[in-house]
Every structure is written in structure tokens, then in C-alpha cells.
Design a protein around this ligand. Structure first.
Ligand code: SF4
Length: 379
């Protein structure tokens, strides 16, 4: 077998999707972690009633999100006791499904199934969406890449609103298993004070159930502004993210029409600067959707945000079913590979701490930047 360029392979699998042979699915949803659609659907096709893996590991530990595409030339097969990745007839490498957490079969004291409250992203990130709702859809102003409503209608697999105490119990149960290292919380989209209060109650519950003083992880609320930023810091979460999505201002307005009406490019930038002062360098994330804007504007965004002391999480875009861009095509894997390596060089040179206590390469199967930084020796 040829030597593997894990970043190029991951980019390829995210852009082309993966097909599977039935035997390869054995144990998904019992021994191995299945998709639960806590927020978005990332496959190329919906698969209601069919348990598919959430993500898997390449031989060097790189975590890759499983994006189902029945038309993909990439295929996973079970051979003896191994899961192997093929392109056509050519075997590429063995891959490993990620173990299913024990708490996925447990319930909270209020009787809710824990898996419908929190899910593991990648190998070690406990994810909560505290409110699966976004008001932009009702005005037809949703972000063009987003399939939140369609995913929720298709799978209806998680509780749309979560009880604060349940979130605390799930966190304690997940941590007790010894595999979780970070939390990621987001809340669809709603505004201001109400969201800060909700997050404050959630963090209080997590602290009560875990004994944490400060919580290792990231809050990704509706764009936080002004005083809200310090209020989020006071809740005890260690890092905060800002979903800018697209760096180029005019493309941002076109692709995110609803969000751009309430939060401008400059609003985001000012908030990120304020957040770096409050949370500290490396503990603030600009979140981008990578692949919907040209290389130069994407890299300019990387340069500016790292120059301000923030980190960036750029998710690899592919045309999700139910989004306005369904049926479109993402840039080539080579484009993603080359651009992310350039972005990693900028991030590396900036000296901004990577903030791996809050978010690491094992959290994301759908972001290449951590992998490209790991390639440079930063883990
Ligand atoms: S703000 Fe955009 S990406 Fe976020 S949930 Fe709403 S439509 Fe989706």
C-alpha cells in the first residue's frame, strides 16, 4: 500500500463522501458510535432508519467524519475483522470505527435518553445543542449551506430543547467514562440576554454535576456582542466561538442573508477582538465554512483572525441535503489540501496558542486545520 497523506485523504473523503458494504455496518449503533443528528446532517444523502457511523480514524489517528454518498468511488468493506477503505478495487488503508459511549444507552433521572441530549463529536468532544431552532428559516433567510430544519424534520432524533439538569447529568456520565476531554455547546439561533441566561444555567448544572471550576470547552452562541461576551466568560466556559461563516463581506451577505442583517462582518471582528481580551489569546474561535469563498479571501480571514489572537475552525463544506445548496459541488480535494496547509502555516507563524484544552484534532472529523497543525508538530 502507498504511504498515506492523511490530510489529502480526509479532504477527499469529506468532498467525495463514502459508500459502504452492508457487513461494514455491523456493530454500528451498538459497539460503535452511530450518527445521531444533534444539529446538522453532513451526509450527501439522508438515510432514515439506517444507522451509519458518525466518524472513524485513519491509521495515524486522524478523525474523519463519515459522509454517506452512494455514488462515491470510496467504499468501506469488512475484511475478516478489519474495516478497510477502498477506491474502486484499490485498497487504501484500514480504518477504525469509534467506540460507542456507554452513556448512549443510559437515561437521566428525569427519564430522558442521554443520547437525545448530548452526543460525542469525533473521539472526545461532548456536544450539546440546547435549542435546535433558527428563526431565519421562517423568513427564508437561512444560510444557504444550512440544513438544520430539514435534518430535524427528517430524523427527529434528539430532544429539541434540553433540560439544564439533564445536561449536567449527561456531562457527568460522559466524563466518568474517561474518553471525553472537551464540551461544545451551541443553540441554533436566538438573541441576546435570554441565551446568556440559558447558558449560565447550563454551566451551573455542569459545574454542579462534575465539580469543574472552569469548563474545558467552547460555547458557540448566536453572535455575542458587547457586554454579553464577559457574561459568557463569567458562566465558567473556557472558550467562545463566533460563527462568521464567510470572510468576504459581500459573499457573507449573500450566503448568510439573515445573519448578515443582524451581525455585520465588522461586528464579528470587533466582538472577536473583545473576546480575546476577555477569554485570552487562543481561547476564541472564528468558525468558517470553507469552500464557499475564494482562496485569497479565506486566507485573509485566517491571517486577520490569527493576527488578533484568535483560532479558526473551518468546516469543510459539502452540499448537505435539505440545504439551499443541495446538489452543488464542493471545491476539489486538492484545493482544500493546499489551502489548509497554507492556513496552517499562517496559524503556526502567528504563535497563537492552539487552545487544545478546549478543542483538539480529535474533536472534529470535518475540519482540516487541526490536522494540518498536527502535521507541523502542534497537537
Ligand atoms: S444561523 Fe445560519 S447556520 Fe446557524 S442555524 Fe441559522 S441558518 Fe443555520
Amino acid at each position: 500500500m502507498k504511504e498515506i497523506d492523511s490530510i489529502r485523504l480526509k479532504a477527499t473523503l469529506l468532498v467525495e463522501g463514502i459508500n459502504y458494504e452492508q457487513e461494514a455496518r455491523q456493530g454500528i449503533g451498538s459497539k460503535y458510535k452511530e450518527q445521531n443528528h444533534g444539529l446538522f446532517g453532513w451526509d450527501f444523502e439522508n438515510h432514515l432508519g439506517v444507522s451509519l457511523p458518525d466518524d472513524f480514524c485513519l491509521p495515524d489517528g486522524t478523525v474523519v467524519q463519515f459522509r454517506f454518498n452512494s455514488g462515491s468511488p470510496y467504499l468501506v468493506k469488512k475484511i475478516n475483522d478489519q474495516i478497510c477503505l477502498f477506491k474502486g478495487e484499490e485498497e487504501i488503508c484500514e480504518v477504525k470505527w469509534i467506540e460507542r459511549p456507554g452513556f448512549y444507552t443510559a437515561s437521566t433521572s428525569s427519564g430522558n435518553e442521554m443520547v437525545k441530549i448530548g452526543q460525542i463529536g469525533g473521539a472526545d468532544c461532548l456536544f450539546f445543542c440546547y435549542n435546535n431552532y433558527c428563526s431565519y428559516f421562517s423568513h427564508k433567510k437561512e444560510c444557504l449551506f444550512c440544513n438544520l430544519v430539514s435534518t430535524s424534520k427528517t430524523y427527529n432524533s434528539v430532544l429539541r430543547k434540553k433540560d439544564f439538569n439533564d445536561i449536567g447529568e449527561v456531562t457527568a456520565a460522559a466524563w466518568a467514562e474517561g474518553t471525553v476531554n472537551h464540551i461544545l455547546l451551541t443553540g441554533g439561533c436566538f438573541r441576546g440576554e435570554k441565551e446568556v441566561q440559558i447558558v449560565s444555567h447550563i454551566m451551573a448544572s455542569i459545574k454542579e454535576h462534575t465539580g469543574f471550576d472552569r469548563i474545558p470547552g467552547t460555547i458557540l452562541p448566536s453572535p455575542a456582542k458587547g457586554d454579553e461576551i464577559s457574561r459568557y466568560y463569567e458562566t465558567g466556559i473556557q472558550a467562545i466561538g463566533f460563527s462568521m461563516e464567510i470572510w468576504d463581506e459581500r459573499l457573507y451577505s449573500a450566503i448568510c442573508p439573515g445573519k448578515a442583517e443582524t451581525t455585520s462582518h465588522d461586528d464579528f471582528l470587533n466582538s472577536i477582538k473583545t473576546a480575546v481580551k476577555t477569554f485570552g489569546a487562543g481561547n476564541v474561535y472564528g468558525v468558517f465554512v470553507m469552500g464557499l469563498e475564494p482562496r485569497d479571501s479565506f486566507l485573509e480571514g485566517i491571517k486577520v483572525l490569527y493576527g488578533e489572537g484568535a483560532n479558526v475552525v473551518p468546516f469543510v463544506w459539502s452540499p448537505n441535503p435539505g440545504s439551499r445548496l443541495e446538489g452543488h459541488r464542493a471545491p476539489s480535494p486538492d484545493w482544500y489540501t493546499d489551502v489548509i496547509r497554507e492556513a496552517a502555516e499562517i496559524a503556526f507563524e502567528s504563535g497563537v496558542p492552539l487552545g487544545t484544552e478546549n478543542h483538539c484534532y480529535r474533536c472534529d472529523g470535518n475540519n482540516l486545520l487541526h490536522d494540518a497543525l498536527r502535521e507541523k508538530g502542534i497537537v
